[in-house]
Ligand binder design. Structure first.
Ligand code: SAM
Length: 313
């Protein structure tokens, strides 16, 4: 979605941008090219290998960017407040992560049950699968994976791990396939479980919740926040964040009672009411992009973090 991202961010010479999910730096290179010769980019990724790949991809833009291995939830710790014209968050995992068996993200490749984006982190998918309680696993498969028979599957896993601990992706994928044979369905039965585990291992929902607030803090008034999501839970979170901060009133507690509303200046506005979807041509060329949704928000004034703590839900 490079064209859509550029149209939303409108990079220009002298502009300052953040790519919070730099990956292989495809978007970052396009932002730096479009803001030549003086545009600046702060880039981060939780994955050290992505930072290395990005550094070599961006070599031609030397002196115009700073990269860090970091979670975008910590953006405001190193990017100055109200300094940016645009922030991009392109969520999920990258093709190099998915295609490397040793990272453990794919149920189609045999590798360690790892799934950490940041390999300095201690917690792996094997820890979740071998040590989480049945209720905790069931909740995870249901809430993050939308797996309908979540509790039943959690019990099957708990029984199996008493016999032999889970160490590899294949071990888990094979068990799920034996438990729920694919039949004629296209999707592998382990798809939802692997997605749920990946999101839990990397606390993707928690990071997004914090990252949105931090992105708003580093944006200048008039700056834009562009978010690409691949999961309905993430998209809902972006929508709720935008809705709460676009309100021109606050209210006490968590229920919006009209009589208790107090006026206040909205912090942002929606640039597009509806999410932008991948074009048919891009979806055909890159099937992984099919579920992508892009949303664009524009910062209006300063941030009122204090009253939003309660009203952002
Ligand atoms: C879809 S890829 C981004 C691809 C990138 N836009 C490009 O043009 O190559 C998502 C990347 O975001 C990173 N990521 C996901 N959540 C993150 C977070 N909370 N903080 C920093 N990086 C994150 C992943 O490690 C992965 O490299």
């Amino acid at each position: 979605m490079v064209a859509e991202v550029l149209a939303a961010l409108r990079p220009a010479p002298g502009g300052r941008y953040v790519d919070g999910t730099i990956g292989g730096a495809g978007h970052a290179a396009a932002i730096l090219a479009a803001s030549s010769p003086t545009g600046w980019l702060w880039g981060c990724d939780r994955d050290g290998a992505a930072i290395e790949a990005a550094r070599s991809r961006l070599a031609g833009f030397a002196g115009r960017f700073e990269l860090r291995q970091a979670n975008f939830a910590e953006l405001a710790e190193w990017v100055p407040p109200e300094s940016c014209d645009g922030v991009l968050l392109d969520l999920g995992i990258s093709s190099p992560q998915l295609d490397e068996a040793g990272r453990g993200f794919s149920f189609q490749l045999d590798g360690p049950l790892d799934m950490r984006m940041d390999q300095r982190q201690a917690e792996t998918a094997a820890r979740w699968v071998n040590e989480a309680g049945v209720e905790e696993l069931a909740r995870l498969f249901w809430e993050l994976g939308g797996e309908r028979r979540a509790r039943q599957l959690a019990r099957v896993i708990a029984r199996e791990r008493e016999r032999r601990r889970f160490a590899t992706t294949r071990q888990l994928a094979d068990l799920i396939e034996r438990w729920a044979p694919r039949g004629g369905r296209k999707a592998h039965p382990a798809t939802r479980v692997f997605q749920a585990l990946r999101m839990a291992v990397n606390d993707e929902i928690g990071s997004l919740q914090q990252g949105l607030a931090k992105a708003l803090r580093v944006l200048k008034p008039g700056g834009r926040l562009v978010v690409i999501t691949f999961h309905s839970l993430e998209d809902r979170l972006v929508k709720e964040f935008g809705r709460a901060r676009a309100r021109d009133y606050s209210f006490p507690g968590t229920v919006d009672v009209p009589a208790l509303r107090a006026p206040r200046a909205p912090e942002l506005r929606w640039v597009n009411r509806k999410a932008i979807r991948t074009s048919a041509a891009e979806a055909a060329a890159n099937p992984r992009s099919r579920s992508a949704q892009l949303r664009v928000l524009e910062k209006l004034g300063g941030t009122n973090d204090a009253d939003l703590e309660q009203n952002s839900r």
